[in-house]
Design a binder for this molecule. Sequence first.
Ligand SMILES: [Zn+2]
Length: 478
Amino acid sequence: MNDLVTLGQRIRHFRTAAGLTLDQLGERVGIAGSQLSLMENGRREPRLTLLSAIAQATGVQVADLLNDAPPSKRAALEIELDRSQKSSIYASLGLPTLRASKAMTDETLEVLVGMHQELARRAREAIATPEEARRANTELRQHMRTLDNYLPEIEDVAERMLAEVGHTTGALTHRSVSRMAELLGFELVHVNDLPHSARSVTDLENGRIYLPPASIPGGHGLRGMALQAMGHRVLGHEHPATYADFLQQRLEINYFAAAVLMPRRQSVEFLSAAKAERNIAVEDFRDAFGVTHEAAALRFTNLATAHLDLEVHFLRVGDDGAVYKAYENDGLRLPVDVTGSTEGQLVCRHWSARTAFTRTNRTTEFYQYTDTPEGTFFESTQTGTTSAEEFSITIGVPFAHSKWFRGRETQNRTRSTCPDENCCRRPEPELSSRWTGKAWSSAKLHAHILSPLPSGTFPGVDDRELYEFLEAHSSQPD
Ligand SMILES: [Zn+2]
């Protein structure tokens, strides 16, 4: 059955064309005019026998009534208005529904329909589809490559703030982070009822930054979270208008937090000394500043090219071989899909990001030379575990730079010809002939690939949950 509104419009069209009133047609087909009116307004479905009677009485075929085209331009507008008002976007506005009465001019209808179309277009635009999100993500990675992953303006801001709290050396304490918040007019408050969709919440009116409980295991992430929340303020962020803005801001607050936790001057001093000793190791950098291996490796990519004259690549790869995060400015060919996106793509089985998983002793970094069509790379990989999966963090450099790194004497060497499928994607011929057509597996959904996308309300935090949270906390001392 085509939709009732169009059907009703067609009945009305042929009734008036036949010069009949509602009551006159009703009388001929054996129902009350009021019942017929409900059908013409698309609010009641006529039986097929009644449709035949109506067709006969108005001198048309049943097929004419059932045709799904609007019978006139006016009818098309009325149908469109009706549809628009039934949409969930319109329903969310809580406004009354207008019925396109005869008294409504064509012009009024056109204006209303035009505004509804624009409302729908803007709503579509505000939702980042996974495809748009991936494109924005790829553009940002490519842009950061042109900057060698280095943002000196944010480095400057971080250095100024560190100077203000008198931090000179070593790992940054919680105390210094709190002092920094105070200087910005904020108090850090740990709560265990943050909105599910928020990592932190800032109450601008009462000057508070709410964070998860201070007692969560491995609470070193808390300094970073507090700094990221401050980053939005320090860097003057406004509400993001697009998904690209949202990603850019997220990158900037992460960068800011890293630049505070691993300050530029001290980090460059530390890494330059390691380079002079031909002993660069991400694990030492990590331990000197009390951060995670991933944070240290990412921070290394910020400073490596600008301050140590090293081109690098970074990979965070899951135990299934899929890229979670990647960066390169050293010519390594990252696996990408047709849109140029690398997240979720499988890295070569022979890269150290994957061979490291096969090792039994994982307490230290794993070193390997990898020959690729783009040249030979030296890579250093640390594996780790989250509650959900194992992952590996890799920092790699072109062969010529390997002399500055710990582990350069490794005998591990593999050969990768990816993206050539014969490298590691295609099964061995004897296995193919044995198993083709005799196996079936059900694929895992890569939740982590979609997780960076804002869900629900853009940019991802539910306003109702957020405001209820703020209301509850601002009315009571924590
Ligand atoms: Zn391969």
